[in-house]
Design a protein around this ligand. Structure first.
Ligand SMILES: Nc1nc2c(ncn2[C@@H]2O[C@H](COP(=O)(O)OP(=O)(O)O)[C@@H](O)[C@H]2O)c(=O)[nH]1
Ligand SMILES: [Mg+2]
Length: 460
């Protein structure tokens, strides 16, 4: 595969497209320094040798023509992002000079890098493992401070260290068991069996511990999709505005004001929340409303959490009851809105249908905080998330950890059986270990790498 070829010298624009103070063209590979030397001319003094971690002020020239005034940063193998020779050309951040410099280095023999190829090289050259490589893009895409913290921990290698530790534990047990299989006459004594079982149980516990923070971690990474639904005029758009703290959606006393769904990203206590306002669900009066209701239903289907809104002032009616039936399989927080008006709904009437009921006023903002707390609790089940337990956030890691844990638990159950069959236990432990290897990228396919890095930006 071309992209797994580490011999080419690759180049790409590493800064975001558009205007900026500075733009960077990055080169990585054996010929980086040689190519940079061909197009770079120092403004003061003569350039002798590029030292690692050095910066040079000068010009990029194409033939005799000045392309831009730049600063060149040189990082030499193996002390660089990719463990290869890396040159970063810091030029003016206009698309034209970036594009021209990129074209120039391509003309001189660089190949255009594919998305994430610099990071892929860091992985293939062993500077970081696969879980760390995946954390790079999560750091870039983090939507909240908490999400950033989790990704930075992963990039630092905290998750990998935990996984490695468990993996080593599994290998140690395997070594003992396999010695027993090789010398069956000695066999595994009762004492050994108990000891083995305890050791597997410990690792099973460690895996469960990592998985305990996984659903929260995943939401921090991907965001929580919250859809506000309810019949017309209960205050859905007002609630969106209140949570957003700005007048985003049109609010009027006229039923049927909202037609298109409105989505906005907000932060609730560190959780990135995609909040979606929908049209009220009631018998549509015309074609537009019919489409709006259809859209609203589709949104409800894709929600991680539904906020079902009731109007305190108008009382519970058949339309509300119909909606309650419609969303009975969704995770829902019920909200009784307009508590600033005379109440005609008792909380108890609704509490039977929903685990959480919040009473608030979208108009005055009263108790809005309680809804934010309810959403937070929905994600973290009322527990304060411990940073050390919030190490997992990537679905691929979660799935492999789950599989590894299941296999370890099976091995542990087998080790308690009277007629111990070491071969079966070792097979389960080996498979469990293989799952952990996948997380770390000790075992990978070109397809997997393609899948992971295709989501990266070019130049990273
Ligand atoms: N008194 C009071 N009126 C509200 C409250 N929330 C919304 N409303 C009013 O209810 C009407 C419908 O609100 P809107 O947000 O458009 O409802 P939607 O159709 O569910 O989106 C508007 O006149 C709002 O001003 C509230 O908490 N208290
Ligand atoms: Mg509305």
């Amino acid at each position: 595969m071309r992209e797994n070829n580490l011999q080419d010298t690759i180049a790409a624009i590493s800064t975001a497209p558009g205007e900026g103070g500075i733009g960077i063209v990055r080169l990585s590979g054996k010929r980086s320094l040689e190519i940079a030397k061909k197009i770079f001319f120092r403004l003061a003094g003569k350039l002798k040798e590029f030292k690692g971690y050095s910066m040079h002020y000068g010009r990029i020239l194409d033939g005799g023509q000045v392309i831009d005034e730049v600063i060149l940063t040189v990082m030499r193998a193996p002390r660089s992002y990719t463990r290869q020779d890396v040159v970063e050309i810091n030029c003016h951040g206009g698309m034209l000079s970036l594009q021209k410099i990129l074209e120039l280095v391509l003309k001189q023999g660089c190949r255009l890098a594919s998305p994430g190829e610099f990071t892929k090289r860091a992985f293939l050259n062993g500077r970081i493992d696969l879980a760390q490589a995946e954390a790079v893009i999560d750091v870039i895409r983090a939507k909240t401070d908490s999400a950033l913290k989790v990704s930075l921990e992963q990039l630092k290698g905290s998750l990998s260290a935990r996984v490695n530790e468990i993996r080593r534990g599994l290998l140690d047990i395997l070594a003992v068991l396999e010695a027993g299989i090789d010398f069956p006459e000695e066999g595994l004594g009762q004492q050994d069996a108990v000891k083995t079982s305890r050791r597997i149980a410990k690792l099973d516990f460690r895996l469960k511990e990592l998985l305990a923070g996984a659903s929260g971690g995943r939401i921090l990474r991907e965001g929580l999709r919250v859809v506000i639904c309810g019949k017309p005029n209960v205050g859905k758009s007002s609630l969106l505005n209140a949570l957003l703290k700005q007048e985003r959606a049109i609010v009027t006393p006229v039923a049927g004001t909202t037609r298109d769904t409105i989505e906005e990203l907000i932060e609730i206590k560190g959780i990135p929340v995609k909040i979606v306002d929908t049209a009220g669900i009631l018998k549509p009066r015309n074609l537009i409303e019919k489409k709006a209701v259809k859209l609203a239903r589709r949104q409800i289907k894709s929600a991680d959490l539904v906020i079902m809104l009731f109007d305190s002032a108008s009382g519970l009616d058949n339309a509300d009851r119909g909606l309650i039936r419609e969303i009975k399989n969704k995770k829902t927080i019920a909200v009784i809105n307009k508590i600033d008006l005379k109440s005609r709904i008792e909380k108890n009437r609704i509490a039977g249908f929903f685990p959480t009921v919040v009473m608030l006023s979208a108009k005055t903002g009263k108790n809005l905080r309680l809804l934010e707390e309810a959403i937070y609790n929905f994600v973290f089940q009322g527990k304060q998330p411990l940073p050390e337990l919030m190490l997992v956030s990537n679905l691929r890691h979660i799935q492999s950890l789950r599989e590894a844990q299941k296999l370890a638990a099976q091995a542990q159950a087998l080790s308690l059986e009277e007629r111990l069959s070491p071969e079966l236990i070792t097979q389960n432990l080996k498979d469990s270990c293989a799952c952990l290897d996948k997380i770390l990228g000790k075992d990978f396919s070109a397809d997997l790498l393609d899948k992971i890095f295709k989501d990266f930006c070019i130049g990273k």
